[in-house]
Design a protein. Structure first.
Length: 381
């Protein structure tokens, strides 16, 4: 390894993947920017991985052998050994594009507030054939904390974020816990060009949803609700729905949607408490959607809707007596319609909603950056 401190550290843990390892290493070392170190952690492989690594000589490579401790421990060991300002890791059965390092460094360097850069990725089969590409993988906190496990393929982030979010935990929730903690506290930028090739094959670990795994996933939701007082404040809701920053009057609309998400992943009591807080503070012109979802959730939770709503509205100083009476009439009508229809559906935000239209994720085009000298991020999608 060169004595100079590298800009980037790439951790590559491997366990009995010699079939794919040489290609992964070759791709990692065939970069358009060589300001990086490749840390290979052999996690106690029982095939010929150690012998192959013993013959690998490259100034950018550092190799470590350890007893088998699992993927998470191997990643964390590599992170602890890393010297770079920026950090990423890749699996031995996957591979990265030639511009992987250059693109992510450019995206992170383009704005000092960028702590995480991530991208679309190609899917490949066991024979390296590209079978598809995933573009619709924007990281949204509201999805990550409501029972939506998500791994991430191509990514790079500032190593310093571990001081705030702790080490990588992995587990049944994939990388969801780390991404949720990261984007809750730091700014992320989406690199438009795919940077990674994610392999689907017969030996790939899959996400299990047994009781233990589900409990681990549920803890992400519970932790967020505990840390942010059930997302009751507009400030906390803005973490989940950034568009609120430009439209404060849509906060009740957003909280109603989040309550719907909580209900769908089994947190009905928390969802009802959130809706109750909305009814206690919303203006009359913000009431309809929260009222509909409150009635539906009350019926799903065996709670009497009129009593619940009446108690919440009694604490709302914004409503006149006439407006309060009108809300109760609406509750009675909605409850009768839902009971008569025999089914209860909560209202979620439509894809075309104004609130979502106000969200402007930070996006970076590596191709545009290469073709001009401004090095400015592209805003919006």
């Amino acid at each position: 390894m060169n004595s100079a401190r590298p800009k980037v550290s790439i951790v590559l843990p491997t366990y009995n993947h010699l079939r794919f390892l040489p290609r992964a290493v070759a791709c990692a070392l065939d970069q358009t920017s060589m300001d990086f170190e490749l840390i290979i952690v052999n996690d106690g492989s029982t095939d010929d991985t150690r012998a192959w690594l013993d013959n690998l000589q490259h100034p950018n490579v550092r190799i470590f052998h350890q007893q088998n401790r699992g993927f998470v421990a191997a990643v964390n060991f590599g992170i602890q050994q890393s010297l770079g300002e920026y950090l990423s890791w890749m699996s031995a059965d996957n591979r990265c594009a030639r511009y992987f390092v250059e693109a992510f460094v450019a995206a992170l360097d383009s704005d000092a507030s960028n702590a995480l850069a991530y991208s679309p990725f190609f899917s490949i089969d066991a024979d390296d054939r590209v079978t598809g590409v995933k573009f619709d993988n924007l990281l949204l906190l509201r999805e990550l904390v409501t029972n939506r496990p998500r791994g991430m393929a191509g990514f790079m982030y500032r190593k310093s974020v571990h001081d705030a979010i702790g080490m990588y935990q992995g587990g049944a929730a994939c990388d969801t816990l780390m991404w949720s903690r990261m984007i809750e506290k730091f700014s992320a930028v989406f690199v438009m060009e795919p940077t990674y090739y994610f392999r689907f094959h017969e030996n790939r670990e899959t996400l299990s949803r047994g009781p233990k795994e589900q409990a681990e996933i549920d803890r992400i939701t519970a932790s967020f609700l505990e840390t942010h007082d059930g997302a009751r404040s507009t400030e906390d809701a803005s973490l989940l729905y950034p568009g609120i920053g430009n439209a404060q009057h849509l906060a009740a609309y957003a909280k109603s949607d989040f309550a719907c998400r909580l209900s769908k992943c089994g947190f009905k009591a928390d969802a009802l408490a959130l809706l109750g807080s909305v009814l206690e503070a919303a203006a009359s012109d913000e009431m309809l959607r929260p009222l509909i979802n409150t009635v539906g959730l009350c019926l799903l939770s065996d709670v009497e809707p009129v009593s619940f709503v009446s108690e919440a509205l009694a604490k709302n100083a914004k409503l006149s007596a006439e407006a309060t009476d009108a809300c109760i009439d609406v509750v009675n009508t909605i409850a009768e319609l839902m009971k008569a229809g025999g089914s209860v559906e909560l209202l979620s935000i439509e894809a075309s909603s104004r609130l979502l239209a106000l969200e402007k994720p930070k996006v970076f085009s590596f191709l545009a950056w290469k073709e001009n000298s401004s090095h400015l991020p592209v805003r919006g999608i």
